[in-house]
Design a protein around this ligand. Structure first.
Ligand code: MCF
Ligand code: FE
Length: 403
């Protein structure tokens, strides 16, 4: 058992002063420093400098580690060109993937203060590395495939990966489910896989309305997807509509990723179903997918996406981009909301014991040091300065251990 304290602690979405945390692998108590010292006079006290903040470890809810070998093979700048390049180079990139490449991708996240991440896994090639990582992982086994002829084989393959991930689950590795997208998953697969999710109470994520071309295809069987589907799958019409797809999730609290092309009506359906939106601003910019309308999102989360469509997995880089992208919000207010998106909002959306500093939560911390001449100590300013001034976390703890 130890005590940890700093000038500020980010608890329940706000900054508190003169406080301390007692922890082992979980948080035992949070109280004023004076009370804690009185109650626990003889245990080790780790005291961070006067400009430090203890955050719950940050949560990056969307990445694709299997694409970590990509630097510039996949074509950025246009969603459709990127998708063609994924088809062309995917096998090559996965063949190049080794444990060291995945580990260094995970290390990048950790340096930025991330202690829990969501990994979308298409093939299971990153399963061992995720399991062996010290970070906590929500391991989203992806299901993908729109052709009726392939549905059975794809379902079997998905179940094998899911079962394997279930057999190695523990409190740092949570098996979960990723539905790739409305355009790429056959309704049969969607139904069967969501039945498993419901039965086993697993977390579910899905890419949703990422590009204009996706909407054009789903609404009118037209646009650039038409040629792509004809060429690769000999198909002329989409397998589902936007409404049908959303309807399938109505009693599952789902994490929808991107939603850059979703309108108010669709975002409201997600809100009503207690769903969340994982915002990936840099990936959206680099694939020219537009900007998510965050004003219509109740539960905003943040993700870096993979190195397939981004240049780093630092959640601090992602926070910075989001801060500069949504110019209609005052910087301090937006910064505080963004810090919540990687902490308390993520805790509420995933129901995991992370993302907040409270009794019973895992002792996962990210400590950041702010400039020593900081004069504005308002919450918005602390959040803003964390985002613009910090290049990395000073220290990261998982289950009470410095890693
Ligand atoms: O989030 C980005 C962009 N949108 C969709 N998919 C992916 C992203 N990064 C990687 N992917 C993967 C996806 O999981 O690329 C493949 C899927 O396996 C594209 S499949 C048509
Ligand atoms: Fe993605």
């Amino acid at each position: 058992m130890k005590i940890i304290s700093a000038k500020y602690i980010f608890k329940d979405g706000e900054y508190i002063n003169n406080s301390a945390i007692v922890f082992d692998d979980s948080i035992i108590e949070v109280d004023t420093l004076d009370n804690i010292k009185m109650k626990y006079p003889n245990i080790e006290h780790i005291e961070y400098s006067k400009n430090s903040i203890i955050y719950p470890g940050f949560i990056n809810l969307h990445t694709h580690l299997e694409f970590s070998a990509n630097r510039a093979k996949l074509k950025l700048g246009n969603f459709i060109e990127w998708l063609y390049s994924v088809f062309e180079y995917r096998d090559e990139l996965v063949a190049k993937l080794d444990e060291q490449t995945i580990d260094s991708a995970i290390e990048q996240m950790k340096s930025s203060g991330v202690t829990t991440f969501g990994a979308i896994s298409s093939f299971g090639a990153d399963m061992r590395a995720c399991r062996e990582s010290k970070l906590r992982v929500i391991y989203f086994n992806e299901v993908i495939g729109s052709s009726a002829a392939m549905v059975d084989a794809l379902f079997q393959d998905f179940k094998l990966r899911l079962d394997e991930s279930k057999s190695i689950s523990d409190d740092r590795f949570y098996p979960a489910i990723a539905i790739h997208s409305p355009y790429s998953v056959h309704p049969f697969l969607l139904r069967e896989v969501l039945n498993i999710a419901k039965k086993e109470a697993m977390l579910v994520t899905a890419h949703f309305l990422e590009s204009k071309e996706e909407r054009e295809w789903l609404e009118g069987a037209s646009g650039a997807f038409k040629e792509l589907f004809k060429k690769f799958f000999n198909v002329d019409t989409p397998v589902t509509s936007i409404d049908e797809f959303l309807d399938a999730f109505k009693d599952i609290k789902t994490l929808f990723t991107h939603c850059t092309q979703a309108d108010k009506k669709e975002l409201d359906i997600i809100n009503q179903n207690r769903g969340s939106v994982i915002h990936c601003p840099r990936s959206n910019r680099l694939l020219n997918c537009g900007v998510l309308d965050i004003s219509n999102v109740n539960s905003l989360l943040l993700g870096t996406d993979g190195l397939s469509s981004n240049y780093s997995l630092s959640i601090l880089d992602e926070l910075k981009s989001a801060l500069f992208m949504h110019t209609k919000y005052p910087p301090k207010e937006l910064a505080l909301n963004l810090i919540k998106s990687v902490t308390i909002n993520a805790a509420n959306a995933t129901n995991l014991n992370v993302g907040n500093i409270k009794q019973g939560a895992f002792a996962d911390f990210a400590i950041f040091e702010l400039p020593d001449d900081l004069s504005d100590e308002s919450s918005g300013s602390l959040a803003l300065n964390t985002i613009i001034e910090c290049r990395s976390a000073k220290e990261v703890y998982i289950a009470g251990e410095k890693i």
